[in-house]
Design a protein around this ligand. Structure first.
Ligand code: UN1
Length: 506
C-alpha cells in the first residue's frame, strides 16, 4: 500500500454471548509505520456492551465450570493447531497494527502458542493437594475452584501473547471471560477470538468488547459481577483500575504495570555480551516492552569501552517499517508516545546528562509518515531526584549510569519505584548471587538481556510494577480460589486440636 492512501479494509465487531455484534460508533485503526493508512474500523464499545458481555459470561459460567477440565484443555489443543495454521497471517496483522517488526511479531505469536500448549498440558495436572490430618480417619483436600467472571484488559505491545497468558489459565480453570484488547491493536485481538470460536469454545465463555479504556475498561473494572480483573499496561492505568475494583467487596486484580528495568554490567563482564544484552534490552521493540531497559548500570572501569561500542552498534540498528528486511525495530505506537520520548530526551539534557547518541525523530522520506524515533543514549551519574533515570519512558531511551562497587550498583538499581526485570552481566557466580538476592525484580537474568521471558515462568513485578499477582503460568493463582475440603471416614466425630466433642453421647 502506498503512503497516504486511505482505506478501510477491516470492519471489526464485538462478540457477546456467541454472537458477532455491530457497534453504534466506530474508531479508526491506523498503521503506526504509516499513519495516513487506516487499517480498518472497529467498534467503540460502551459500558452497556461491557455489561452485556459480563452478563453473558456469568450465564455461561455454571456449565463451563462443570465441564471436564480435560475437555476444556482439549479446546486449547485445537486452538494450538489453528494458531500454527495461521501463524503467518497472525504475525502480519500483529506487525501491521502494532508496528513490531514481522520477525518479532512471529515470535510473539509463537509465545502465544507456547502458552496455549502449556495450558493444554496443565489440564491433566492436579487441581490441588491431598494432605494429612491430625485425625487418622479424616482426609484433607486442597482444591482450586474458579473465581467466576474474569475481565482481561490487555496492551498493544504484546497484543497476542499477553491476552493468552490471561485467557488461557482463566478458561482452563473454569472461569468465563470478557476480553478487551487495546484500542491500538483491535484486529489481532479479534483474530484470536475468531480462532477460539473455531476451536469450539462455547457461547458466552469468551466475549470480546472493543473500545477505549476509560469507557469499556473502566466499566469492566467497576462492574460488580466481575470477579477478577487481569490487567497489563501502565502504572497510572493499573493503579486507577485497582481503585475502581476495590470498591466492590469480592473483586481482585492481577496487574502488571510499568518498569525502569536495567542491565547491570559488572567489572568482570564480557564486553561483547554486555553490549548485546544492553542493545536488545533497550532498543528491541523500540523500547516498548514493559521489561525494556531504561538503564545500563556499568562498572566505571568498563565505561569508556562499553559506551563506545554501544553507540557504534546502536547507530547501525535499522528502525523501519515492520516488513523491511533487516529491520531491527519499528516505529513507536502513536504521536503521544513520540511526544513523551522526545520530552524525556530533552529532560535528560536539562538534568545535565552527557548525551552520547541522539538519533531523534527519524523522518526521512521512507519514515516521515510513521512514528519513528531512534536510540537516545546518555551518561548520567546517579544522584537523588533525577527523573530520567527513575521514570519509565517506554521508548528507545537509555541511561548509562556508572558505579564503583556492587553494593552501590544494587542501590542504584533499586532507586526507582519500579521492580520488574533485571539482568546482571558477570562471570562470577558469587556476584550474580548477590544481585539475585539484593535487587527488587520479578524477572531476573544472568548474562542475558532483561527481556525474553518464557511462558511457563511467572511474569510480574514488585513495587509499582505489579501487585504481587504475576501472570503467564502463575496467573492460575489469581483466577482460582483455594478451598479446603475435609472428609471424615470414622463413624463418630473426633475434633482436631484436641478439642473434646462435648455434644456427643458418652
Ligand atoms: C511485556 O514486556 O510487555 O519477557 C511482555 C518478554 C516477553 C514478554 C514481554 N516474553 O520480553
Amino acid at each position: 500500500m502506498t503512503q497516504g492512501t486511505k482505506t478501510s479494509q477491516w470492519i471489526g465487531r464485538q462478540f457477546i454471548n456467541g454472537d458477532w455484534r455491530e457497534a453504534a460508533a466506530t474508531l479508526e485503526n491506523r498503521n503506526p509505520a504509516n499513519f495516513a493508512e487506516v487499517l480498518g474500523l472497529f467498534p467503540r464499545g460502551t459500558a452497556a456492551d461491557a455489561a452485556a458481555a459480563v452478563a453473558a459470561a456469568r450465564k455461561a459460567f455454571p456449565a463451563w465450570r462443570r465441564t471436564s477440565r480435560i475437555k476444556r484443555g482439549e479446546l486449547f489443543d485445537r486452538l494450538a493447531a489453528l494458531i500454527r495454521r495461521d501463524v503467518d497471517k497472525l504475525a502480519a496483522t500483529l506487525a501491521r497494527e502494532s508496528g513490531k517488526i514481522v520477525d518479532e511479531a512471529r515470535a510473539e505469536v509463537v509465545e502465544g502458542l507456547h502458552m496455549v500448549q502449556y495450558v493444554c498440558g496443565t489440564a491433566r495436572q492436579p487441581i490441588g493437594d491431598c494432605v494429612a490430618s491430625e485425625i487418622a480417619g479424616k482426609d484433607l483436600y486442597v482444591r482450586r475452584k474458579p473465581r467466576g467472571v474474569v475481565a482481561v484488559i490487555t496492551p498493544w505491545n504484546f497484543p497476542f501473547a499477553v491476552p493468552l497468558w490471561m485467557l488461557g489459565p482463566s478458561l482452563l480453570e473454569g472461569n468465563t471471560v470478557v476480553f478487551k484488547p487495546s484500542d491500538e491493536t483491535p484486529e489481532i485481538g479479534t483474530q484470536l477470538v475468531e480462532l477460539m470460536i473455531e476451536a469450539g469454545f462455547p457461547a458466552g465463555t469468551v466475549n470480546l468488547v472493543h473500545g477505549l479504556g476509560e469507557e469499556v475498561g473502566d466499566a469492566l473494572a467497576r462492574h460488580d459481577d466481575v470477579d477478577v480483573v487481569c490487567f497489563t499496561g501502565s502504572y497510572e492505568v493499573g493503579s486507577h483500575i485497582r481503585k475502581l475494583a476495590a470498591a466492590s467487596d469480592h473483586k481482585t486484580c492481577a496487574c502488571e504495570m510499568g518498569s525502569k528495568s536495567a542491565v547491570i554490567v559488572c567489572e568482570d563482564a564480557r564486553l561483547d555480551l554486555a553490549v548485546d544484552a544492553a542493545l536488545l534490552s533497550a532498543f528491541k521493540t523500540t523500547g516498548q516492552r514493559c521489561v525494556s531497559a531504561g538503564r545500563a548500570i556499568v562498572h566505571r572501569s568498563l565505561l569508556a569501552k562499553f559506551e563506545a561500542e554501544l553507540c557504534e552498534r546502536a547507530k547501525s540498528l535499522v528502525f523501519a517499517d515492520p516488513f523491511t528486511k533487516g529491520a531491527f525495530a519499528g516505529p513507536l505506537i502513536n504521536q503521544s508516545s513520540v511526544d513523551k520520548v522526545l520530552r524525556y530526551n530533552a529532560l535528560a539534557r536539562e538534568e545535565m546528562a552527557k548525551v552520547l547518541l541522539d538519533s531523534g525523530r527519524l523522518d526521512d522520506d521512507s519514515r516521515k509518515h510513521g512514528y519513528f524515533v531512534g536510540p537516545f543514549i546518555y551518561r548520567q551519574e546517579h544522584a537523588p531526584g533525577l527523573r530520567t533515570i527513575r521514570e519509565e519512558v517506554f521508548g528507545p531511551h537509555l541511561a548509562v549510569i556508572p558505579f564503583d562497587d556492587d553494593e552501590q550498583a544494587v542501590r542504584i538499581y533499586n532507586d526507582t519505584r519500579y521492580g520488574l526485570s533485571m539482568a546482571v552481566v558477570t562471570e562470577d557466580y558469587r556476584r550474580w548471587r548477590f544481585y539475585r538476592d539484593e535487587c527488587d525484580y520479578g524477572m531476573g537474568y544472568v548474562n542475558l538481556p532483561c527481556i525474553g521471558a518464557e511462558v511457563h515462568l511467572p511474569f510480574g513485578g514488585v513495587k509499582r510494577s505489579g501487585n504481587g499477582q504475576p501472570s503467564a503460568a502463575a496467573l492460575i493463582d489469581s483466577v482460582t480460589h483455594k478451598t479446603s475440603f475435609t472428609v471424615n471416614h470414622e463413624l463418630g466425630i473426633t475434633m482436631a486440636q484436641g478439642m473434646t466433642a462435648g455434644a456427643q453421647k458418652q
